[in-house]
Ligand binder design. Structure first.
Ligand code: BDP
Length: 728
């Protein structure tokens, strides 16, 4: 009997030490009970009731509103975090009341703030502050508009979920960039281009009859990190999305997103007037085409009154565009811009353009777009990828930033990990995004970093935008890799405030998504922060780029030479007996001339070019002495090895967290790291052996011998990686 009791106790202890299994659906909005009882009680005392203006306090009437969303989120979250039902009232009655309101809805709150606070909070920001009112304390959540209250509610919950002391609560914040968008590359058949987490979450076939509850959770997640726009469909667009039945479906999604401040955009196919309009042309100068777009815009705004606008990929990778009619990108963008201007819409026109005949692909967008500066309507933004090629693990910033002072430029980042091990590998991208945001363009002068070009503070920009290509799908945990959720989170946080550091974001995400236990926070945050560089090391170190396998883009393919020249990896690494790298100085493609002289000079000289961009801009002899004293060849090989070692390090770190993390996510990540280690070795062994055929040099000490000969890697066929689709 006693023995049975002891066994039972032991089982209970074992269970208690293994955190509850989780499927990851709740993202960073988990709201689990705060384990530390005294902290919980202090929070509960400081947030004893929720005082909300009338309409939301009693449920908000028919149809959800932003204030109802505020109330629901707070009530649910506080119940979870504190284990108590915090009452919702219209007038504060007790010490510790949370006072929520806008100047219009709750003018009495103004006495507790300054004009400067409200100005700083702007259209979408908020003020969160603990104040003394007589002998009592109150927590204030004030914003100029309801949506600011929602962002503030999430801000408060983040504060609590990361266990910060409420006495120190004093936040006045506003987004630095106006349009903070997710671009979904989702097709209407629910296949997600470069999507590694299942199908599209948009259930087009059954919409508008079935409105998935997932849409609301998507909107909550977006709002919790301040995102306010979503392009629902792929830039390689299907014109059908603009037909009347599909617009009804879009409207149903927009209705769910609206209270959360997320406005809907659509990718427009330039040839839509031909394909769904019955016209003979899509020429932007043709009166019938102009009329068609005007009518289409009017129809859209009838069903989606707050429709945000169009995103367009034109004359790029086979997409139709104004150049089909000998018109410019500006002619095309202005056609659509005029159609939506009347209704307050904007057009985001992508600068991701290149032609197979065009020489160095890195130069083409600049060459096409700079001459058009000043020719776009006021409601057009040109959307530029972070680098001049295509979301490579590391690229220098795009030379268009700073080069079009009369055109608002939006920054396009890729959250989905097309070139970062997709849904299978850990790569936390905030450090990469910071790198580009902080890069100094020197245009018009020193200090004009990319972030200031994009947010408009470096010029007189009228509108500002940042977009991230979404990494979510129908996988239960949204992102496939449990740790890839951190990239969705980081994108939103940086879109709101690009001055946050990658370390701050990693820390707060880990606390909310996994645990506040310092062992977990330190270990996991350090893995996240090291991961991007490790992927660069084991895949494309020292400025190498575009050497991935063809089609799916997973794994190495530096030998590929049988595609269109500008798709061939050999055109990018240019390895030969003399060395490796792409000469983009004056002796080569001279792409450097597209940068400000300060940048071009620094990068153009091998001696001052940062090591990480060396082979992006220079063709360098294998024996070249690097700052480390080692030869270039040795450095390349050692970087590959270093990347492999880093992944092995995380495996150990992760294993040490067993029992501190729920079993389900623990095992999932553990398995994925195993796979990542193997993939990293494949990259190393394939690339070092392939490059050795040119360098003719042996592997340096410290680099493990390859597992298989080069022929093995060349012949290896990677079958069906997630996100794979049959060739068209
Ligand atoms: C590339 C992707 C391709 C996209 C293209 C784009 O491989 O699927 O269509 O970018 O941005 O990275 O348009």
């Amino acid at each position: 009997m006693l023995r049975a009791k002891l066994l039972f106790l032991a089982a209970g202890l074992a269970f208690a030490s293994t955190a509850r299994a989780e499927d990851g659906y709740r993202l960073w909005l988990r709201y689990d009970l705060i384990p530390d009882e005294s902290l919980r009680q202090s929070y509960a005392a400081a947030l004893s009731e929720i005082a909300l203006p009338d309409s939301a306090a009693n449920g908000g009437g028919i149809g959800a509103t932003t204030l109802t969303a505020v109330r629901d989120e707070l009530v649910t979250a506080l119940r979870g975090l504190l284990g108590v039902d915090v009452p919702v009232v219209t007038t504060a009655t007790r010490d510790g009341a949370l006072l929520i309101g806008t100047p219009r809805r709750a003018p009495d709150l103004l006495a507790l703030l300054t004009e400067a606070d409200l100005r700083a909070a702007g259209e979408e920001g908020y003020i969160l502050r603990r104040v003394a009112v007589g002998r009592q304390h109150r927590v204030l959540l004030v914003a100029n508009r309801d949506i600011g209250l929602l962002y503030g509610a999430f801000g408060l919950l983040r504060f609590l979920a990361t266990h910060q002391p409420l006495e120190q609560l004093d936040v006045v914040t506003a987004p630095r960039i106006e349009r903070r968008m997710l671009d979904h590359w989702d097709n209407l058949n629910r296949f997600v281009e470069r999507g590694y987490a299942g199908q599209s979450i948009w259930e087009w076939f059954v919409l508008p009859d079935v409105v998935s509850p997932r849409y609301r959770d998507y909107a909550r997640a977006c709002a919790s990190i301040g995102l306010n726009g979503a392009v629902l469909n792929n830039v390689n667009a299907d014109a059908q999305i603009l037909t009347t039945p599909y617009l009804q479906k879009v409207a149903a999604i927009a209705r769910v997103l609206r209270p959360y401040g997320v406005r809907v955009f659509l990718s427009a196919r330039f040839s839509a007037p031909l394909e769904i309009g019955g016209l003979q042309t899509a020429d932007p100068a043709d009166p019938a085409v102009i009329q068609w777009w005007n009518d289409k815009a009017a129809e859209i705004y009838r069903v989606i009154p707050d429709f945000a606008g169009f995103l367009v990929k034109a004359n790029s990778e086979g997409q139709p565009g104004p150049q089909n009619y000998r018109r410019t990108h500006a002619d095309g963008a202005n056609l659509l811009a005029d159609a939506v201007a009347l209704h307050g819409g904007i057009v985001i026109w992508r600068a991701f353009v290149y032609e197979s005949s065009g020489g160095d692909r890195a130069q083409q967008a600049y060459a096409e777009f700079v001459p058009l500066d000043g020719k776009f309507r006021a409601n057009v933004l040109v959307q530029v990828k972070n680098g001049p090629i295509d979301f490579m693990p590391r690229e220098p910033f795009h030379p268009l930033f700073g080069a079009m002072p009369r055109t608002p430029l939006a920054l396009e980042l890729q959250i989905t990990q097309e070139y970062f091990g997709q849904g299978t590998q850990l790569a936390f991208l905030a450090p990469m995004w910071k790198e580009v945001l902080d890069a100094d363009t020197f245009r018009p002068a020193a200090g004009a970093v990319v972030a200031r070009i994009v947010d408009g503070t470096a010029g007189l920009q009228r509108v500002s935008a940042i977009a991230g290509v979404a990494n979510i799908g129908t996988d239960r945990n949204w992102t496939g890799h449990p740790l890839a959720q951190a990239n969705w989170y980081a994108f939103g946080r940086l879109a709101w405030d690009h001055t946050l550091t990658a370390a701050q974001i990693a820390d707060e995400w880990t606390r909310q998504t996994f645990s506040n236990d310092p062992r977990v926070v330190q270990s996991l945050a350090s893995m996240l922060l090291a991961s991007r560089e490790a992927v660069v090391d084991y895949s494309m170190p020292l400025g190498l780029h575009h050497i991935m396998a063809t089609g799916h883009h997973y794994g190495p393919g530096p030998w590929v030479d049988d595609l269109r020249a500008d798709w061939n990896p050999v055109s990018y690494h240019r390895a030969d007996a003399g060395g490796i790298g792409f000469d983009r100085t004056a002796t080569g493609s001279n792409a450097l001339a597209q940068y400000a002289p300060e940048v071009a000079q620094r990068w153009g000289d091998r001696a001052t070019c940062p090591e990480e961009f060396l082979l992006w801009f220079h063709h360098v002899p294998w024996g070249h002495r690097m700052p480390s004293g080692k030869s270039l060849w040795e450095e390349i090989c050692l970087h590959y090895q270093c990347g492999v070692d880093a992944v092995r390090g995380w495996q150990k770190t992760w294993d040490s967290l067993q029992g501190l993390i729920d079993a389900e996510r623990f095992a999932h990540v553990q398995g994925l790291l195993r796979r990542q280690e193997r993939d990293a070795r494949d990259w190393r062994d394939a690339c070092t052996q392939y490059f050795a055929t040119f360098s003719k040099m042996p592997l340096p000490a410290g680099v493990e011998p390859p597992e298989h000969p080069l022929a093995f890697y060349k012949a290896a066929q990677l079958l069906y990686p997630p996100g794979w689709s049959p060739p068209k």
